[in-house]
Design a protein around this ligand. Structure first.
Ligand SMILES: NC(=O)c1ccc[n+]([C@@H]2O[C@H](COP(=O)([O-])OP(=O)(O)OC[C@H]3O[C@@H](n4cnc5c(N)ncnc54)[C@H](OP(=O)(O)O)[C@@H]3O)[C@@H](O)[C@H]2O)c1
Length: 270
């Protein structure tokens, strides 16, 4: 595919680098910061272009700007996009209708959301291999985007436009809540003089169990067993060592108790 990337940030650079390495041609990178645009373009052997100049002949425009800017950027690109066949944005939560100005200019439109954390261009490009990518588009663009995803070593799946926000809420929960729980565990391990690294096999084994057995069957520990005495001892120990963290710890115990159907423990921390 001949691809134009708009927005040389984390996701745009990751997708552009991965696409180039997969054999696609990145014909241009468009950005408002000349330095960032030049840097990303040279890494992709592409031309660096400012906004408000005609876009080169390309099959796909990848609008990789922050979610809130997609509509305005689509409006700005539309008069310049006569030589482009289709456009996608990369947002998991934003409707494809944000690209309406480009659709009105004759481009097919869709979205292409990597269900992966892309913290930077290089590392993000690596993370795309093996990731799943949500594709929201009508045929024939849908088929082309599935092919693009597979060429990156990713697993494409179709996502209905009216399910995107719910899907993204789930993705955010999956990515962020474990981080919050582990940040608290990190503090408790430190207070107990235990290296955090000791928890890594436990965490990785738990994640594997969740995907192999399902979330309910993967739940182990005193809350799932209904060991009220142990849970009470935990609460006392946390209250003593880290009183400022007790409310957060109780909230996590309450969530686990609800999952386990442990109503006595849920009552204890309510
Ligand atoms: N990073 C991830 O993990 C990830 C994963 C999946 C999907 N996504 C999606 O990818 C998209 C981009 O996210 P990101 O993480 O790459 O953000 P980012 O690193 O902040 O990059 C955003 C890019 O958009 C440009 N931009 C922002 N507002 C603009 C405007 N009004 N006009 C022109 N350019 C503008 C920025 O340019 P300036 O530097 O000039 O502001 C920057 O180049 C979002 O839709 C996001 O939901 C991100």
């Amino acid at each position: 595919m001949r691809i134009v990337v708009v927005g040389p940030g984390r996701a745009g650079t990751a997708v552009g680098l991965a696409a180039r390495r997969a054999g696609h041609e990145i014909v241009a990178v468009v950005g408002r910061d000349p330095h960032a645009t030049e840097t990303a373009a040279s890494a992709m052997a592409a031309a660096a272009l400012p906004f408000d100049t005609p876009l080169p002949d390309a099959e796909l425009l990848v609008v990789a700007v922050r979610d809130d800017a997609i509509g305005a950027v689509a409006r700005r690109l539309a008069p310049e996009a006569g030589a482009v066949g289709a456009a996608v944005h990369l947002s998991g939560a934003t409707s494809v209708t944000a690209l309406e100005p480009l659709a009105a200019a004759g481009l097919q439109t869709g979205s292409f959301h990597p269900l992966q954390s892309l913290p930077g261009g290089e590392i993000g490009a690596e993370r795309l291999a093996g990731a799943w990518i949500a594709v929201t588009a009508s045929p024939p663009l849908e088929r082309r985007l599935f092919e693009l995803a597979r060429s990156l070593g990713a697993e494409p799946f179709a996502l209905a436009d009216d399910r995107k926000v719910l899907y993204h809420a789930a993705a955010t929960l999956a990515a962020n809540v474990p981080v919050a729980a582990l940040a608290l565990a990190h503090e408790l391990f430190a207070a107990a003089d235990v290296p955090f690294a000791a928890a890594r096999p436990l965490v990785e084994g738990t994640v594997a169990n969740i995907f192999e057995l399902g979330p309910h069957a993967a739940l182990t520990g005193p809350v799932a067993r209904g060991d009220v005495g142990t849970v009470n001892a935990h609460l006392r120990a946390v209250a003593e060592a880290l009183p400022d963290e007790l409310d957060e710890f109780r909230a996590f115990v309450g969530t686990v108790a609800r999952l386990a159907g442990a109503s006595e423990i849920e009552g204890l921390v309510r």
